[in-house]
Design a binder for this molecule. Structure first.
Ligand code: S3P
Length: 214
């Protein structure tokens, strides 16, 4: 397992992060001496991002349990608000309606703090959504699972996943999306054999305190 933390030069996002933190009257992210780089504080939301089948929801649930945080499953929220499963939303309302609702639900999570949020596989690929996550003071964690593992999981069970239309199309989608996931604050490189609990432990141990990047 390899953790990649980006150390970016000070950015507007970091400044916003500190401002947001003051708003919450919580301990501010540590400012590393000699630089203005903020680090992920205990109050920041953690967003799990990555491709379908990476385990974002099961890891998120475990992570929230281990960190005693609230867990939010973005897709679950969307199903609740549409009153139907996601594949039915795609079929009856179209992907555009889904993406719009995904954006506004994400915006609502930016007003929270100290939550663990599992996003859907497409959410982080929209730069505007990344802005909502980062400028709202959130830390994004990319669960990077090898393609061979992802495709195996998706072929075995892709019920309710309208964006999985077969291994070849999914590989193309993966290739176009991976550069977007690389914008995450941290990347956790996995083999795919870790349990959700193991992955959550890795995040708890290693991700807290890494410099925030956008
Ligand atoms: C999507 C992934 C799904 C869900 C929707 C769209 C995507 O979430 O948000 O079907 O575009 O990759 P999971 O990544 O949890 O499967």
């Amino acid at each position: 397992v390899r953790i990649v933390a980006k150390v970016n030069p000070p950015t507007l996002h970091c400044e916003l992060r500190i401002a947001k933190c003051e708003l919450f009257r919580s301990p501010c992210p540590r400012v590393v001496e000699g630089s203005e780089t903020a680090t992920i504080g205990r109050m920041h939301n953690i967003y799990l991002v990555g491709f379908m089948g990476a385990g974002k929801s099961s890891v998120g649930r475990e992570l929230a349990r281990q960190m005693e945080r609230t867990f939010i499953d973005l897709d679950g929220c969307l199903e609740d608000s549409f009153g139907m499963p996601i594949d039915e939303v795609f079929r009856t309302r179209g992907e555009g309606a889904f993406r719009q609702a995904e954006r506004s639900t994400l915006e609502r999570t930016a007003g929270l703090h100290k939550a663990v949020i599992a996003t859907g596989g497409g959410a982080f690929c929209d730069p505007a959504n990344r802005d909502i996550i980062h400028s709202g003071g959130g830390c994004s964690v990319f669960l990077k699972v090898p393609w061979s593992v992802l495709v195996g999981r998706l072929e075995a069970d892709h019920r309710g996943r309208p964006k999985f239309t077969g291994p070849v199309a999914a590989k193309h989608l993966y290739d176009t999306r991976e550069p977007h996931y690389e914008h995450a604050t941290c990347t956790v490189v996995l083999t795919g054999s870790e349990s959700p609990g193991n992955v959550a432990e890795i995040i708890v141990d290693r991700v807290a305190g890494v410099p925030c990047g956008t």
